[in-house]
Design a protein around this ligand. Structure first.
Ligand SMILES: [Zn+2]
Length: 46
């Protein structure tokens, strides 16, 4: 099952949420704003 994860673009600092499935492995992400692929997943600690 896919869960929602937060992503942040390192280029324009845009943050967004997208479905994320750990089983799918590393996926290429593209920033919806500047189309850069320098997107990092933000791990939120509780
Ligand atoms: Zn961006």
């Amino acid at each position: 099952m896919a869960e929602e994860a937060k992503f942040k673009c390192l280029r324009c600092n845009y943050e967004y949420k997208a479905p994320y499935s750990p089983e799918a492995g590393p996926q290429e992400r593209t920033c919806p704003k500047c189309r850069s692929n320098s997107v990092r997943r933000i791990v939120e600690k509780k």
